[in-house]
Design a protein around this ligand. Structure first.
Ligand code: GDD
Ligand code: MN
Length: 367
């Protein structure tokens, strides 16, 4: 037995499977192969059965029915971990993943890093896809990366090498995605668990034989990506922060109008000065409430250094206040739009500013 296992899921790949196996053999990279076949009607499973009888480095895992790409990989990786492989590769059967890149993929895969055969780094490319397939993939990749903040350029890549350590740590039973979103979920988990993502460029060539199974997968995958996003701690925190911010904004506005009404009668100064004063006062009140609720509820901070936290929170708030006044002034003073727009836009922008800076600086969230 060797250290490296290449896992190839198949569903109706009779034109490809024999060729890809011998092509991999020819590379002499010292890897074993496991084909995970979902009872392909075209007899792919039986073809591999024959090969594995003659070649002990090739194995096949037969599954009862087509249960999705993700499920096939989970089964294959569990099989491989059980046998003690150190590096496990995911690879398509249809030659889209270049056999010639296996060597560098294995080289970049280590205890602490996942290697990715990437189409979207310098030197990587896609050959043979129709424009709409390319646009779909590019768009899906872009949205996925933005939503989940995946640092790899190719977040949907299917050609990867995972170290045994990661596959054990991630707990494959917890993977949600049954289908193609598996690729995204795995790279996200690797990033969250602190593994380095190393991309090596590949030329992805569209399959010559057989059919793609991606039809109907996009919707399911998009659902999974949204579920993953919603499950991210930072998104839950942002929702809470927005709720706290929203409630405090109501307080802020109420106080603003009350003070403005009061000062108009009592302070003999320019209306714009009154507005700025009222805005500043209402902001200080709402910022205090903001701190208390965000510490207790949004970030559930137990940090004992409350004083330092308060100072930081107010430094952020003070800069936010400056921004707030500036934005409000630009909108109501320079653009001469109505106050309500000034309040809305200033509040929205400053909420975003406050969230990001407080999250990483004041409350020291890492992920
Ligand atoms: N066992 C099993 N079960 N295998 C499957 C299943 C399934 O439900 N669905 C697909 N496969 C196998 C195919 O037989 C093939 O070997 C491999 O998985 C990839 O399937 P394709 O249908 O060729 O996928 P693709 O070319 O559209 O998508 C490729 O690029 C995507 C990014 O654009 C794959 O590499 C994806 O993983 C990748 O996300
Ligand atoms: Mn393919």
């Amino acid at each position: 037995m060797r250290d490296v296992l290449i896992v190839i899921p198949t569903f109706n790949e009779k034109e490809n499977i024999e060729k890809i196996i011998s092509e991999i053999r020819r590379q002499k990279i010292g890897a074993d192969i496991l084909v995970v076949d979902d009872n392909s009607p075209d007899g792919t499973g039986e073809i591999v059965d024959k090969i594995s009888k003659q070649d002990s480095s090739v194995s096949v895992l037969h599954r009862k029915e087509k249960a999705g790409l993700g499920r096939a990989y989970v089964a294959g990786f569990k099989w491989g971990l059980g046998k003690g492989y150190k590096k496990l590769i995911s690879m398509d059967a249809d030659f889209s993943h270049p056999v010639s890149a296996l060597k560098s993929l294995i080289a970049y895969c280590s205890k602490k890093s996942v290697a990715i055969g990437s189409r979207y780094v310098k030197g990587g490319k896609i050959v043979g896809w129709k424009w709409y397939r390319y646009t779909n993939s590019w768009g899906a990749n872009y949205v996925t990366r933005a939503l989940l903040r995946i640092r790899a350029k190719d977040a949907t890549a299917g050609f990867k090498c995972y170290p045994e350590e990661f596959l054990r740590e991630v707990n494959l039973d917890t993977i949600q995605a049954a289908g193609y979103a598996f690729q995204v979920e795995m790279v996200l988990k690797a990033q969250e668990l602190g593994y380095k993502l190393i991309e090596t460029p590949i030329t992805f060539v569209d399959r010559q034989a057989g059919e793609s199974k991606i039809q109907g997968e996009l919707r399911k995958s998009a659902k999974t990506v949204f579920a993953l996003a919603a499950g991210k701690k930072s998104y839950r925190q942002f929702v809470k922060f927005a709720i706290v911010g929203g409630s405090c904004a109501l307080v802020d506005w109420g106080v603003f109008y009350a003070i403005k009404a009061l000062f108009i009668n009592w302070l003999p100064v320019d209306l714009q000065v009154i507005k700025q004063l009222a805005k500043a006062l209402s902001f200080i009140i709402s910022a205090s409430l903001n701190y208390i609720f965000n510490r207790k509820w949004t970030f559930r901070s137990t940090d004992k250094k409350i004083a330092a936290q308060v100072v930081k929170f107010f430094v952020v708030a003070a800069i936010g206040l400056g921004l707030n006044s500036l934005i409000f002034y630009i909108i109501t003073g320079l653009l001469v739009w109505r106050d309500i727009y000034g309040l809305l836009i200033a509040t929205a922008l400053v909420t975003l500013w406050n969230f990001f800076i407080n999250r990483i600086w004041t409350f020291k969230e890492k992920n």
